[in-house]
Design a protein around this ligand. Structure first.
Ligand code: ADP
Ligand code: MG
Length: 480
């Protein structure tokens, strides 16, 4: 039987505020355990939560960025459960009325087409503390520094049909929240986390299959692996006559397997009710407009602009706008080259620079070659001072810091392209004179030897002859 995979993601993004969502305690990462949890975060008797306005502004920013309906009057609710890392006995979240309603985001699929993924909602909530199972000799420690940290939980529609699509969507959200300075996106520090809901159904069936929810996935790579292994497990289970049980499963990256953690609780298990200590959150138009004015150009708009104004393919434009840093780098290279050849700049960044960075496991911010330096190099290709081949040689030299800019390297190593027709003609004549047999072959119709001549002339010029000129002059000479 053919199976269709259905995936919906719940992403928790930590909002980049200095203090917690309902208290003034710091959200800074890495402090000594239990030094950043105040009476409000602990839910001591008599304290009252006060909503952090910056958290609201960041949620609005996100809503605007995904074209969502913003809820004019949203409500905070208590989600009741008992767990050692939550001393209040409940989490303040939003349930029936989330601050951000329906929105959408488009992702690029491997075949180059776009797909719209629906976003059901995004709501404000507080994070819990952290249970620490290591270093306590069979006991568990609790660090409440995280308790009360502001989160935006972004819930997608079950619109994804493969692990790859889920990763593409997650990466898109990751890039967007960083782009709008809503979240630092640091996955190691837990600022960006994802739960994946996975089910399968026979191809063509409308009704959704029973889902499981995978927790504890902390990297893009593991999202893909966890989903794929869970799909395999579900299909095998059903084909063997079993049934998928709705439950929460833990992904174990070391053994690449998912394990049952607890049976899935229903909303009514949590006894949600409006938090009597908090007023409804009312968004007024002025505040929304004020936030809108702080939005940078969004990735989608940037991508469309790159494609339209720079003549880039959809694919190239989307690679270059995959992060704000990369887009900025591209625009700096353009500025340095007076935007003379935007496609050349795009090609060099995507193929050569990103390739080299990838190999060295570096991010664009860590590039050994600055935008200024790359721009300086590309100018010399455009004005025919050097060939593409020599440019790759200079790129290596810049990467290895053998010179400070392309021009000084060209000068020092004498790499200037030979465009002087007389000089090239002399080289061609020499090559023709030394290879009579090949000339004979070429003239009797074996045109493949042409490449041989080009190679010989380029070699004789130490790679510096202008290839287009060599081609043109060789053709003329050999057929005369
Ligand atoms: P809960 O909050 O209890 O986890 P929700 O209804 O809010 O439940 O759904 C959470 C996520 O699960 C959403 O992203 C949704 O798209 C996804 N989802 C719901 N049903 C399915 C299903 N049958 N298969 C895959 N994903 C699903
Ligand atoms: Mg859930």
């Amino acid at each position: 039987m053919e199976w269709e995979v259905v995936i919906g993601l719940e992403i928790h993004a930590q909002l980049a505020t200095k203090s917690k969502i309902f208290s003034g305690a710091s959200t800074a990462y890495g402090a000594i355990p239990n030094t950043q949890a105040c009476a409000v975060d602990l839910g001591l008797p008599g304290v009252l939560p006060v909503l952090n306005q910056e958290a609201v502004r960041l949620a609005i920013k996100f809503g605007l960025a995904i074209d969502a309906e913003l809820t004019e009057r949203s409500i905070f609710a208590r989600k009741n459960y008992f767990y050692p890392d939550s001393p209040k006995g409940y989490q303040i979240s939003q349930f029936e009325l989330p601050v951000v309603g329906k929105g959408q985001l488009s992702i690029e699929l491997e075949d180059g087409t776009e797909k719209i993924i629906g976003i059901t909602r995004a709501h404000l909530e507080e994070d819990a503390g952290k249970s620490m199972h290591e270093d306590f000799q069979g006991q568990t420690g609790v660090d409440l520094n995280r308790a009360g940290t502001p989160l935006l939980e972004i819930v997608s529609e079950p619109d994804m049909r493969s692990a790859k699509e889920a990763v593409a969507y997650m990466k898109k959200i990751h890039s967007l929240v960083r782009h709008i300075d809503m979240c630092d996106g640091n996955m190691q520090e837990g600022s960006f986390r994802c739960d994946a809901n996975v089910s399968v159904r026979p191809m063509g069936q409308e009704e959704l299959g029973t889902r499981t929810e995978l927790k504890n996935i902390n990297s893009f790579r593991n999202v893909e692996r966890a989903i794929n292994i869970e799909i395999e497990r579900q299909i095998e289970l059903i084909e063997d006559g079993g049934e998928v049980v709705q439950e929460t499963r833990l992904y174990d990256a070391d053994n690449n397997e998912t394990r049952s953690m607890r049976s899935k609780e229903e909303a009514n298990d949590y006894r949600y009710f409006p938090d009597p200590d908090l007023l409804p959150l009312v968004l007024d138009k002025a505040m929304i407009e004020e936030v809108r004015a702080t939005l940078p150009e969004l990735p989608k708009a940037k991508k469309d602009r790159f494609a339209a104004d720079m003549g880039l393919s959809n694919y190239d434009a989307s690679v270059l706008t995959s992060s704000r840093e990369l887009a900025d780098f591209y625009e700096q290279v353009l500025a340095k080259t007076d935007s003379k050849d935007p496609k050349l700049c795009a090609n060099w960044i995507i193929t050569t620079l990103l390739g080299a960075l990838n190999k060295a496991s570096l991010e664009i911010e860590q590039s050994p070659i600055s935008a200024e330096q790359l721009g300086g190099l590309l100018i010399r290709i455009s004005d025919n001072t050097i060939s593409g081949k020599i440019a790759r040689q200079i790129f290596k030299a810049l990467w290895n810091e053998e010179g400070k800019d392309a021009d000084s390297i060209i000068e020092d190593k004498g790499l200037k392209q030979v465009t002087d027709t007389v000089a090239i003609e002399a080289l061609i004549d020499e090559v023709i004179a030394n290879n009579a047999a090949q000339v004979e072959q070429y003239r009797s119709g074996k045109e493949q030897v042409f490449g041989f001549f080009v190679g010989q002339v380029m070699k004789a010029s130490k790679g510096k002859a202008n290839p287009a000129q060599v081609n043109e002059m060789l053709t003329a000479k050999l057929s005369s």
